[in-house]
Design a protein around this ligand. Structure first.
Ligand SMILES: Cc1ncc(COP(=O)(O)O)c(C=O)c1O
Length: 459
């Protein structure tokens, strides 16, 4: 091994991985066969994973709520921005969860799901994010249609005024308010989202209390650093619950705390992030503060995006060539990290990465290189100078990036022109039929050069 190359840490595979005859199987899918049959680069979405994730989280909360005697309920919402694809939304909606949307364009998505019957009047829709006039009007029309259960989360004072001006003919509308976290002296940056505690108090006294049709039912916050297992998250949660209690004392319509998204996904095949412990701490923290403050415990809402969808999608590349260098051995993939997995480049996101064939061979460390001309189009893209172990020989080699289902198309675009005109990969959907057999269908073909030229005005 070259002196400067640090071998990849030994990976202990979680139970959905299995090695047979030198090939990697994932949830019983023969990945090598899939790559050969459909070609690479290949993205596949295993839809049952979405169901599994939602059911698991629901089960964690239900269990913890029962164990701790917590007196509120739990509701799962899926945050659409992590993946807007219809197959994802349809799968998630089979479990009658709520949806959290974040822009005016999401309204059309909701309307499309209503037209096809995937959303019924009972479905809850949380409208988050900054509200442009068109977004506000879209929310108003959803509320007036009464086809689903809509909860706008007020992000600015003018937004509330717009609903007061346009919806006061209704008997009642429910609203939530996003709490801006900058009031916490330990919050790492000044946030532009939501309203300060003082603004919320003032708004409540001057605009909500005085308008009987407005019911302020939900306090929302989102820790922009996610729900990391470090003290700052728990400090944020405690302070938010204290503020919830303050508002609850003056407003008995307030019954719900929406703690947003940020649940981590497993970015390493061996990661054993103990979600149930984490959920336990969320529930007991809220319970503890409410008991101290003598306030009824709120119903809890989460808006998990990446937790819901990341594990459903895998991206497979073929190694074009291994270029052996002095300090680094390069393996050139038939795609690009910058365009196919942009988070690897933008935030140095790590994913579980494994070769999927020739696993009975000796391995040595490589850095993977993408097809663009960009020196940053590499993986791992960390400062730690880590490497990926690949089988040594020069036989045909494939490698898979797991848990890539969240945000990647949202960031790199889907069906557009990317860096060095690297086309979108082929994307297939895998589901299980009623007998548990895999049902595979092509969602989109690999983008063709004709399509790229058309976008660029050549045709
Ligand atoms: C308000 C809000 N809710 C939920 C989410 C989803 O976060 P995640 O995908 O980390 O669960 C986001 C992400 O930016 C968000 O801004």
């Amino acid at each position: 091994m070259k002196e400067h190359l640090k071998p990849q840490k030994d990976i202990e595979l979680s139970p959905e991985f299995n090695v047979k005859d030198g090939r990697l199987f994932y949830r019983d899918i023969d990945l090598f066969r899939l790559a050969k049959e459909y070609g690479t680069p290949l993205r596949f979405t295993f839809l049952p994973s979405i169901t599994d994730q939602i059911k698991a989280m629901d089960n964690f909360f239900t269990t913890v709520i029962a164990q701790t005697g917590y007196r509120g309920t739990y509701t799962y919402y899926y945050c659409t921005k992590s993946s807007h694809f219809r197959h994802v939304l349809k799968k998630a909606m089979e479990l009658n969860i709520g949806i959290e949307i974040s822009s005016e364009y999401d309204i059309a998505l909701i309307e499309a799901l209503m037209r096809e019957g995937s959303i019924t009047t009972r479905i809850k829709v949380i409208c988050n994010g900054y509200k442009t006039p068109r977004y506000q009007d879209g929310i108003i029309s959803l509320i007036e249609m009464g086809s689903c259960n809509v909860l706008p989360i007020i992000d600015s004072k003018s937004e509330l005024q717009h609903y007061i001006n346009n919806l006061s003919h209704l008997k009642e509308i429910q609203i939530g308010i996003r709490l801006n976290l900058s009031f916490l002296h330990f919050y790492p940056h000044e946030s532009r989202f939501g309203l300060s505690p003082q603004d919320i108090r003032t708004l409540f006294n001057t605009a909500i209390k005085t308008n009987n049709f407005l019911k302020f039912t939900t306090l929302h916050f989102f820790n922009e650093k996610g729900m990391a297992e470090n003290d700052s998250y728990w400090d944020v949660l405690e302070e938010v619950v204290k503020f919830y209690c303050e508002m609850r004392r003056v407003n008995c319509d307030l019954t719900t705390l929406d703690i947003g998204g940020g649940m981590p996904f497993r970015n390493n095949p061996g990661t054993n992030f103990d979600i149930i412990l984490f959920v336990h701490r969320i529930v007991t923290t809220i319970q503890y503060v409410c008991r101290q403050e003598g306030v009824p415990e709120p119903d809890i809402i989460t808006e998990f995006g990446k937790y819901t969808v990341s594990e459903a999608t895998t991206t497979i590349f073929k190694i074009h060539e291994k270029k052996r260098g002095t300090l680094i051995n390069w393996a050139i993939i038939d795609g690009s990290f910058i365009t196919h997995l942009p988070d690897t480049w933008a935030i140095r996101q790590e994913y579980p990465v494994l070769p999927i064939n020739n696993l009975d061979q000796e391995q040595s460390p490589f850095v993977l290189g993408g097809l663009t001309c960009d020196s940053a189009d590499i993986y791992p893209n960390s400062e730690k100078r880590e490497f990926i172990n690949l089988p040594n020989g020069d036989a045909e080699q494939f490698i898979a990036f797991f848990h890539t289902g969240a945000y990647q198309e949202a960031l790199s675009g889907f069906g557009g022109v990317s860096h060095c005109m690297i086309p979108d990969p082929k994307h297939i959907l895998i589901d299980k039929d009623n007998d548990g057999n895999l049902a595979i269908k092509v969602f989109s073909e690999r983008q063709k050069s004709k399509n790229l030229l058309r976008i660029l005005g050549y045709q």
